[in-house]
Design a protein around this ligand. Structure first.
Ligand SMILES: *Cc1c(COP(=O)(O)O)cnc(C)c1O
Length: 492
């Protein structure tokens, strides 16, 4: 199967080439030329499989040049119990709907589901396309992605990873998660300033020919763990297939019965994976898109106009504080059927900050999606409610989706069963969760211990043990010193 670019019709590459490159040469995103369909017998077989088997099976359908055994080797290693002690993607009933818990991985957020797989897919893709350089991953992070990428790439052969984070921009827990990272191919630096300074530093280094030459001398080539890489999206399709299979296996739904998914959305990657699962023939009804106060997607779904010219809010669900949802581009390509239209829309977005889809495209979105948003106050109230009613703790991102799900059910009366996609452990956001359940705390308190004592909910081991871990990376540098740091690390 070939992969095409969203922005022109003359690019067509293999899956391995698409994953190795990340972004198409025309600046577009790669997407498969067609979507494989799961037959009824195949779906019945999937119901009886383990998670690694399901994931390997689903991914194989999109990856010609990878063998079934190779992929099963990857998924078995990536999702092994030691890495995902609570299971990779368990579905739990909470009240009258379900939670798909995607945060039992090493960094306690759903990005592990993709970032434990991407390094394996990327390493193999580089070999299959005959590239012998070490892939040097450069990442700027405001929190979740950096740690998940570090953990995914740590000690993966043929790769090195360097993460920069703003010295003033991440929580204490997030910082500790990164500075204590193990592995012989990892490096972490704090950069003085805010996230924008860090991110523009990384972007500059990435596209600087002088830097590319410098790292090439050390046998390295820049690569990215960005959420627009097909190798990050693909592993995410598997858990939607798996969630449906789990409900079917448990007898909660009959064979062929449709379920809805509500996804807390930022970059539109996670919910796009749900759309792919639906196109593959998994019985999925409505895709509910939940945003926080940065409601650019909610407005887009309601009006057909995507307008980033608005105030940016810093919310209690920081991983959804996004004004450009990059992955939407893939769906625009499918729904408009025209790379020219996508190119025009993306041009307009970068030049004017706004674009509008045709009525025809809008109708296609309307037929599948439903969208709503949730401000910070309601997010905290939802955490409190859910704790009081069901004894179940939500993190702020998941709480946004929980609230939107309640609105959806009340507004539509849709009787189909609905699954809320739960994207982070509440223990990753102890401050907000403590505030929500009405507990006072001081900055120097051990918030994990406090939340555990108060609720009796067991914290994930990876977070509880952080306070005993040894900090390896304590450097704080200026953004002007980033180039030198990259050169040095490449040469190591
Ligand atoms: C990244 C992230 C999201 C948003 O996912 P997208 O794929 O960007 O839509 C939601 N919740 C958490 C906890 C995240 O880390």
């Amino acid at each position: 199967m070939k992969y095409l670019s969203t922005r022109s019709d003359d690019i067509s590459v293999s899956a391995a080439a698409a994953i190795a490159a990340g972004l198409a040469a025309d600046g577009g995103l790669f997407l498969p030329e067609r979507i494989p369909v799961l037959g009824e017998d195949e779906l019945r077989k999937l119901v009886r499989m383990t998670y690694p088997e399901r994931a390997a099976h689903v991914m194989k359908l999109f990856l010609d040049e990878f063998s079934q055994e190779e992929l099963l080797g990857f998924t078995t290693a990536a999702y092994r119990e030691e890495r995902f002690p609570g299971g990779p993607a368990p579905v739990k009933r909470v009240g009258d709907h379900w939670m798909l818990e995607l945060w039992h991985g090493p960094t306690c957020a759903f990005k592990d589901m993709a970032l434990q797989m991407l390094p394996r897919l990327l390493g193999a893709s580089l070999r299959k396309t005959g590239q012998n350089e070490t892939a040097l991953i450069l990442t700027a992070t405001s929190g979740d992605t950096g740690k998940a990428a570090l953990d995914g790439f740590a000690d993966v052969e043929g790769t090195k990873i360097m993460v920069f984070y703003p010295a003033e921009g991440v929580s204490r827990i997030q910082q500790l998660q990164m500075t204590t990272q193990k592995g012989n191919n990892v490096c972490v630096k704090a950069v003085r300033g805010n996230f924008d300074d860090t991110q523009s530093g990384v972007k500059r280094i990435f596209s600087d020919p002088e830097m590319q030459r410098a790292v090439a001398e050390s046998g390295c080539k820049f690569s990215s763990a960005n959420s627009i890489n097909w190798g990050r999206l693909l592993p995410q399709i598997a858990y939607y297939v798996s969630a449906w299979c789990d409900l079917a296996a448990a007898g909660e739904i009959s064979f062929g019965e449709e379920i809805n998914f509500c996804v807390p959305t930022g970059n539109f990657g996670n919910i796009l994976a749900a759309w792919y699962a639906r196109e593959m023939g998994v019985p999925i009804g409505r895709l509910i898109c939940a945003s926080n106060q940065n409601r650019v997607l909610t407005d887009f779904f309601h009006t057909g106009t995507y307008d980033r010219r608005r105030e940016f809010y810093t919310t209690s669900s920081p991983s959804m504080d996004i004004l450009i949802s990059s992955n939407l581009e893939r769906l625009l390509r499918v729904f408009s059927g025209s790379s020219g239209q996508v190119r025009a829309m993306m041009d307009a977005l970068s030049k004017e900050g706004v674009y509008t889809v045709s009525d025809e495209v809008k109708q296609k979105f309307d037929a599948l999606f439903w969208a709503d948003c949730c401000d910070d106050q309601t997010t905290l109230a939802t955490i409190a409610d859910c704790w009081k009613e069901h004894g179940y703790l939500l993190d702020p991102h998941t709480a946004v989706a929980e609230h939107v799900t309640r609105n959806y059910m009340a507004a539509t009366g849709d009787a189909r069963k609905t699954v809320v996609v739960s994207t982070a452990s509440p223990y990753k956001f102890c401050g907000s969760v403590l505030t929500a359940v009405g507990a006072a705390y001081a900055p120097e308190d051990d918030l994990i211990e406090k939340l555990a004592e108060l609720t009796g909910v067991e914290p994930p081991r990876a977070l509880a043990e952080l306070k005993y871990a040894v900090e390896r990376f304590t450097d704080v540098i200026s953004s002007g010193e980033m180039d030198e740091a990259v050169r040095k690390f490449a040469a190591q």
